[in-house]
Design a protein around this ligand. Structure first.
Ligand SMILES: Cc1ncc(COP(=O)(O)O)c(C=O)c1O
Length: 384
């Protein structure tokens, strides 16, 4: 199998997580809303997972609303705060994931206005620009905690303080941050926070919106009153149990994980920076310890990705959840990266299974491909 260097897209399911899920796919199959013993066994497991997920981000268990993943939690966050009646304003960062941008733009179609808060050239929210992005009718400021492409960590506590001065609630998409860096809901001051289980060893299709209960919120899905009326639908018990186990493991192992991933990421980065053709994005600011995004002038990211795949390395060109081969990443454009360089972007995201030799082999393969490109003059102009 190829060396997997795409952990921001998804992580392998931790085998301890799988072991905790299996009983809920076999003998413990009760509906968690049922009153009998089968139901009590599974609802007990859901409540334990709620405690584990809450503990990961310094929240209270009753603040956790389980969803079918980060995308649903982001959609719910915006709809929950905006309600059904059109009118009003949303301020979102210019580097949000598609699962936040697109529901915001859909609300614009319904009559809401949306502004994008600019970032600096290093990919960090320009907090000086934030007050101007808020209006008297702003319903939410939404800024992700760590960017999925560059890994840049955003100054969320500062953003929350600015927004709260104007009584505007703050949502943060912490899908890439949770399980990879310490996250404390209270210190960050966020009112709503999105989590996704499969970004840190949990199953795909499980996530949560952490909710400050003082807000008046609208559900996205109606029918059944589950999750305190905010997310109807029979609980996916096995996935929720896996999410809880993954959260507990990440909480306990966080420091060791950060150390391991940073050491390997830095090994790759130090080697790449020896090549003057390569630019590493957001390398001057605090980033997720596992993430590295770079561009090579004149190369096409998709071509590079396919060559790396052929040589046995799985990486991503920007955001794998929403990749369009011929559009430069909106994140890099927001950072004022030249479109040609943005088109060459490759994201490497390492994980707990990545080893030093994987990093060394990756750099060697990349250098071989770039040398080959130089010889055959494979350049953007030739590929278009
Ligand atoms: C920042 C960010 N938010 C949200 C999501 C979507 O999460 P999910 O895959 O759980 O729907 C992703 C997935 O890549 C992401 O990177």
């Amino acid at each position: 199998m190829p060396v997997y260097l795409d952990h921001n897209s998804t992580t392998p399911l931790d085998e301890r997580v799988l072991a905790s899920m299996l009983p809920y796919m076999q003998e413990l199959y009760g509906n968690a809303s049922s009153q009998h013993r089968y139901g009590r066994l599974t609802s007990g497991a859901v409540e334990r997972a709620r405690e584990q997920v809450a503990a990961l981000v310094g929240a209270k268990p009753n603040q956790v609303v389980f969803t079918g993943g980060g995308t649903e939690a982001n959609n719910l966050a915006l709809r929950a705060l905006c309600g059904r009646k059109p009118g009003g304003h949303l301020a979102i960062s210019s580097i949000e994931h598609a699962s936040l941008r697109e529901p915001a733009f859909a609300l614009r179609e319904e009559g809401w206005s949306v502004d994008e808060i600019p970032v600096t050239r290093d990919g960090v929210i320009d907090s000086v620009a934030l007050p101007a992005a808020m209006h008297s009718d702003t319903r939410v400021v939404s800024v992700m905690l760590a960017n999925n492409e560059t890994g840049a960590i955003q100054p969320l506590a500062e953003i929350s303080a600015i927004a709260h001065k104007r009584n505007v609630p703050v949502h943060t998409d912490a899908s890439q941050a949770a399980g990879k860096l310490p996250v404390d809901l209270v210190k960050l001051g966020a009112d709503l926070m999105t989590l996704s289980a499969h970004k840190f060893g949990g199953p795909q299709g499980a996530g949560a919106l952490i909710v400050n209960r003082a807000l008046s919120l609208q559900p996205l899905l109606y029918g059944g009153g589950h999750e305190q009326g905010l997310r109807a639908g029979t609980h996916n018990v096995a996935a929720i149990v896996g999410f809880g186990t993954a959260a507990e493991l990440a909480h306990h192992e966080l420091e060791a994980r950060i150390r391991h991933m940073r050491q390997i990421r830095n090994l790759i980065q130090d080697e790449l920076l020896k090549n003057p053709e390569i630019s590493v994005f957001a390398d001057k600011v605090e980033r997720l310890s596992n993430t590295l995004q770079f561009g090579v002038y004149g190369c096409h990211g998709e071509t590079l990705l396919l060559e790396l795949d052929r040589k046995g390395f799985a990486v991503s060109s920007g955001s794998a959840c929403h990749s369009d081969a011929h559009e430069p990443s909106h994140v890099l454009l927001a950072m004022q990266v030249e479109p040609e360089l943005a088109l060459s972007a490759i994201r490497v995201s390492v994980g707990m299974s990545t080893q030093d030799e994987d990093a060394i082999k990756f750099v060697a393969a990349l250098n071989t491909i770039l040398a080959q490109f130089r010889r055959t003059s494979v350049r953007v102009a030739n590929i278009k």
